[in-house]
Design a protein around this ligand. Structure first.
Ligand code: SAM
Length: 276
């Protein structure tokens, strides 16, 4: 294994360069399928945490910006700074209060304590040095504000029945880890990591939307496998035919499987908020 330079995966690949390239046709749609599956859950949690009028928010790795826009349009927050390493999807539809910044989350140069909400969904799992990143994101939260992190939890285990889906899922996690360093094994540690970053009243929850044929979630996984097919095949766990069978299985009435879940964890910065 080569040494990992700062911000790089153990094997040197990066999200958006070696897999999930934003310039590849349909990448925005793939992110949107994930958003369709999870946005309601995310927004319900953010509202339950009190996010609303007057809040200044940071959405890290904002993707196509569905959460950033819904924070403004539905929750009525004051402003959202949406940051991504590639902002082409964010720039497509501007709404009042939305600021877009092209930047790498591993090297954000913001002053500490600027945001009442810092949010990152399905981003940190793709990046190395998650502990340092979580500490950095916690610094950006204003006293009295909240850091909310969501990432995938892998529910395929040795005890999961072997189906075309579970075989390809295993190959996907292994292949993404080898190619760009994606690692979800530490996601269940989020609560402890948030506490370790000095946040208080830490809590977490997991949601697993149903894998129904034709659902946004099924289409998200099929699309994700398609775009990372080379990484899947390189594991030696599956061949092209096995990936094709799994894609058909996902879209069929035979599909009887558990999706990966989304773990959301949050923690509050001690102190009174001076920001609304
Ligand atoms: C799976 S998408 C999730 C998008 C959005 N957060 C959502 O949940 O719908 C991951 C996003 O993180 C961005 N990203 C990946 N690595 C990044 C980095 N080092 N710095 C900033 N953004 C990054 C990608 O460009 C992509 O838009």
């Amino acid at each position: 294994m080569t040494a990992a330079p700062d911000g790089a995966a153990p094997y040197g690949g990066r999200y958006g360069e070696d897999v999930f390239r934003p310039e590849q046709e349909g990448e925005g749609e793939r992110i949107d399928f994930g958003a369709l599956a999870y946005d309601e859950i995310t927004m319900a949690r953010l509202r339950a945490l009190g996010v609303g009028p007057g809040w200044r928010c940071l959405d890290v790795g904002a993707g196509t910006g569905t959460v950033s826009r819904r924070l403004l349009e539905e929750a009525g927050v004051a402003s959202v700074l949406a940051v991504d390493r590639d902002v082409r999807f964010l720039s497509e539809r501007s709404v009042p209060g939305l600021d877009v910044r092209e930047a790498d989350v591993t090297a954000l140069d913001f002053a500490p304590g600027r945001f009442r909400l810092v949010h990152a969904r399905f981003v940190l799992m793709h990046l190395p040095e998650h502990e340092r990143l979580i500490a950095r994101l916690a610094e950006l939260v204003a006293p009295g504000g909240v850091l909310v992190l969501s990432d995938a939890v892998d529910l395929t285990s040795d005890r999961t029945p072997a189906t075309p889906y579970t075989t390809v899922m295993r190959a996907m996690w292994q292949g993404l880890r080898a190619t760009i360093g994606t690692d979800v094994s530490w996601v269940p540690s989020y609560p402890q990591l948030l506490r370790g970053a000095g946040l208080a009243r830490v809590a977490a929850e997991i949601h697993v939307p149903p894998l129904l044929p034709g659902s946004p979630l099924s289409r998200f996984w099929a699309d994700t496998w398609e775009r990372s097919r080379a990484a899947l095949l390189a594991t030696g766990l599956v061949d092209d035919a096995a990936v094709d069978v799994a894609v058909r299985y996902l879209g069929s009435d035979d599909c009887a499987a558990l999706s990966a879940g989304m773990l959301t964890a949050w923690g509050w910065k001690p102190g009174e908020t001076a920001l609304r």
